[in-house]
Structures are given as structure tokens and as C-alpha cells.
Design a protein around this ligand. Structure first.
Ligand code: SF4
Length: 453
């Protein structure tokens, strides 16, 4: 057997892709290892969305040059969004890379590795996903909870985002294939599945018989679609062994009444909505091409909370978007305070090549962007601490995921609303659902005591 080390940067989609890469490579006798120094093959699964992930990737790649010189047999592969977007640059700037592959041809990885093993330099990028999505083998890296890709690509065209360029248009997996995968997960003892997609809330529309490819730009839902995320969740709900269902990442435009009613109705569906708002200002939202207003977004949150008072609503925010005025930024602060999010991922805008916003003149100076980010984070922390304190002395259902990395006497798991909870308990609880009484609340984590020993 040969050994492969995969470094995954970026989002959950990338993590799921890496698990498929491990499954595919296992078919040509590679086993996963955690020590890069012992690897015969090193793969970087890259991300262009976050600047930090990008910098980390280039830093690691630079360091590997020496390893490669000392051991020419070591194979080096780069996949993911960077290679999809910058293949020429990668090949010319880092000629010691053996394999460059994209996000749309992961299924071809064994063939590409075999070529590289024979000494060939390989670069293969597909501009689009295959018409029929191939079903890929997988080696999971988690125990209790599993990610399942259900839709790839995105039909929106947010002006800051590179995803439509690198991942292409939406294409959904067939429900029967998804169900087969989830049934296996139930049999293997997984308790939770997270249905994944860049725009997961558009799941199934492209499979519906009245889907119009011409009309299917941003903001499109076919009339009375035969397939939807809500319908898929109903199917997954029947799978034995699976106790929790989540989905990420949603788009506010596609959070339909059908979806909200389904989550409210089905006990296994977690009341967790990761639906990025991105800005609390209508002018900025328009320039971002997000196709909703602040008012529409608020109406969505009100509908969700009317049906599920405890639902966790989570958002991403970008501050310092080109042209964002001080007043517009303060509208984002106001939105965070008004909506009382349950968690927020925040970032200062960073221009991405080949996106419209990167070309605009009104770029905000770094210092100002960082000052806005610091202020937003302080407000987010206040909101989260207050929301978490509301959970003090309540009992929460936790799926135990493993040992805490900070304190090995503690276990860590998540609530139905995806909040991290740490508590003392025995290792045999890993992978189980337990009840925990919350005794301490911080802005990003909760602590508690096991109550059903
Ligand atoms: S919805 Fe917008 S931000 Fe999200 S993946 Fe699609 S284009 Fe990017």
C-alpha cells in the first residue's frame, strides 16, 4: 500500500470532496495518513474564497519544494478551486507539481495519479461537471456525523464570488443515489447527515421536468417542482439510524414556505438555517447581486421563528465591500442587533480575480475594512453571548463528536442548532445522542453536565 496525505482548505464542500478523493485513491491502493512526512502522495484541496486559506496553500506549497528535491518519488497534486481557476499560474510558478486537477473531474483522480506515477506531468481541468454525476467511493474522516453532497455549482452570480466560475452551474444528484449513500451511513452507525451544496436550497429544481435551463439564472424556482430540498429531507427522514438532518449553505431566495414547514414538522430535521445575509444594507445587497432586500431577509427570519421559536439562524457577513459607506456598514450592525443571529461568520471583503467587484474602483482601504470587521465582531460577540446565556440551565440534545481538543477529559458535541457544547464524559459516548444541562455560556461555546448517565 502507498500513503496519501490530503490537506483540505476551505469549506465543507471541499472536506466532502477530500473524502471522495481518499475513497478513489483507495481503489489504487493508497491509504490515508496524517503525517505528511511519511506520504508518497500529497494532495492540496484548495480554496479561493478566503484569503487566509489561499495564503496557507501557497505557503505549504513553497515549503514542499525542498521535500520534493530530496525525494523525487514524492508525488504532489493540487486540486480544488485554485487549480480550476489558475492552472497556468500553478504550472509555470510551481513546475514541481505533478498533478493539477479541478473541481469537476475528481472522479478522474486515480487515472491522473497513475500517469504521474509513470513520470508524466498531468494537468486536467473540466470546465463543466459531467452531465451524469458519477457516484464516487468515499472514506469518511468523521464518526458520528457525515457530509453528503446533494447539489454542486451555483446559478447565482454574486459579484464578489468565484464559485460560479470554478464550480459551474447547479447540478443535483438523483435522490435515489443520495438515499443509497445515506442508508449506508445509517447502517454504519452515523447519526447525523448534513446535506451539502453551494446553494443547497436550490436542490432538485434542475431535476424537475419543467425546469427551464434558459430561465435558470439567479432567483428562479420552477412552478410546482417535483424535486426540492424539502422533498429530499422527507425521504432522508425515513432512513433508519439517521437521527438528525441538516443542510448547508442556503440562499434566502430559496428558503421557501415548503422548506420551513418541513423543518418545523419533521423531528429529525434540525432547526438550523445557515442562510448568509452578507450585508444589512439594500444598496450593498444590490451591488452584491444578492437578489433580496433587508426587509425580505427579515421576513424570512420571522417566518422561521414563528414556526420554530428556538431555530438557530446563522449568517455570513462581508464588510468593506467596494463602495460600502460608513452608514451602509452601520446598517449591517443594526441588522445583526435586530435579527439576533445565533452565529455569524464574518470577513473583510477581499477581491477575487475574475469577479466583477474586484474590478470596481471604490475599493475600501485595508485599515478601514479591518476596523469595520473588528467592530462587527465585537457586536456579534455581544449578541451571541446574550443568546447563549438564554440557554443556561436548559437541557440540550447533543450529538457527541469526539474528545475536546483543548481538554482531553472533556467530550465535545453539538446541539440541534449546531452550537458547540463541552462536557465531562466517557469515550464510549462518542457517536451517541445525550442530554446535557447547560451550566456555562460563552459567545462561541457552551459547557454543561451530562444528565442521562
Ligand atoms: S449564492 Fe452567491 S455567494 Fe453563494 S456560491 Fe452562489 S454566487 Fe457564490
Amino acid at each position: 500500500m502507498k500513503r496519501v496525505y490530503i490537506e483540505t482548505l476551505g469549506c465543507q464542500m471541499n472536506k466532502a470532496d477530500s473524502e471522495h478523493m481518499l475513497g478513489l485513491l483507495n481503489e489504487i491502493n493508497y491509504i490515508p495518513i496524517e503525517d505528511i512526512k511519511k506520504a508518497d502522495l500529497v494532495i492540496f484541496n484548495t480554496c479561493t474564497i478566503r484569503e487566509a486559506a489561499n495564503e496557507r496553500f501557497y505557503g505549504h506549497l513553497g515549503k514542499l519544494r525542498k521535500e520534493k528535491e530530496a525525494n523525487p518519488k514524492l508525488l504532489l497534486g493540487v486540486g480544488g478551486c485554485v487549480s480550476q481557476d489558475k492552472r497556468e499560474y500553478l504550472q509555470s510558478r510551481f513546475p514541481y507539481i505533478d498533478i493539477v486537477f479541478g473541481t469537476n473531474n475528481i472522479h478522474r483522480l486515480p487515472e491522473l495519479v497513475k500517469k504521474a506515477e509513470k513520470g508524466e506531468k498531468v494537468c486536467e481541468i473540466f470546465e463543466e461537471l459531467p452531465f451524469e454525476l458519477p457516484e464516487l467511493p468515499i472514506i469518511r474522516q468523521t464518526k458520528a456525523t457525515a457530509w453528503v453532497n446533494v447539489i454542486l455549482g451555483c446559478n447565482f452570480n454574486c459579484t464578489y464570488c468565484i464559485v460560479p466560475n470554478v464550480r459551474g452551474r447547479e447540478i443535483s444528484r438523483k435522490p435515489e443515489d443520495i438515499l443509497k449513500e445515506i442508508q449506508r451511513l445509517g447502517e454504519e452507525g452515523f447519526k447525523e447527515v448534513t446535506l451539502l451544496g453551494q446553494n443547497v436550497t436550490a436542490y432538485g429544481y434542475d431535476l424537475s421536468s419543467n425546469y427551464s435551463k434558459e430561465k435558470a439564472t439567479f432567483g428562479y424556482i420552477p412552478d410546482d417542482p417535483e424535486y426540492s430540498l424539502a422533498k429530499l429531507i422527507r425521504l432522508v427522514h425515513n432512513v433508519n439510524g439517521i437521527e438528525r438532518i441538516r443542510f448547508i449553505t442556503g440562499h434566502p431566495f430559496h428558503v421557501t414556505d415548503e422548506l420551513i414547514d418541513t423543518i418545523a414538522e419533521l423531528p429529525k430535521a434540525c432547526e438550523y438555517f445557515l442562510v448568509p445575509m452578507q450585508s444589512g444594507d439594500d444598496t450593498v445587497l444590490k451591488r452584491m447581486a444578492r437578489v433580496y432586500t433587508v426587509e425580505k431577509y427579515k421576513q424570512m427570519t420571522e417566518k422561521i421563528r414563528k414556526k420554530m421559536a428556538d431555530a438557530a439562524i446563522v449568517s455570513d457577513f462581508i464588510v468593506g465591500f467596494p463602495g460600502e459607506t460608513e452608514e451602509q456598514f452601520m446598517n449591517t450592525i443594526k441588522a445583526v442587533q435586530d435579527i439576533q443571529f445565533d452565529a455569524c461568520n464574518t470577513a473583510a471583503y477581499s477581491p477575487r480575480k475574475n469577479t466583477p467587484a474586484a474590478e470596481w474602483k471604490e475599493q475600501i482601504p485595508e485599515e478601514e475594512k479591518n476596523a469595520r470587521l473588528r467592530y462587527l465582531n465585537s457586536v456579534v460577540n455581544e449578541v451571541l453571548e446574550k443568546k447563549n446565556k438564554n440557554l443556561l440551565n436548559t437541557n440540550q440534545e447533543i450529538l457527541v463528536e469526539g474528545k475536546s481538543t483543548r481538554n482531553e477529559n472533556r467530550l465535545t458535541g453539538k446541539t440541534r442548532g449546531n452550537r458547540v457544547v463541552n462536557f465531562e464524559g466517557e469515550n464510549k459516548l462518542i457517536g451517541k445522542l445525550v442530554n446535557i444541562k447547560i451550566t456555562q455560556a460563552k459567545s462561541w461555546a457552551l459547557f454543561g453536565e451530562l444528565i442521562n448517565k
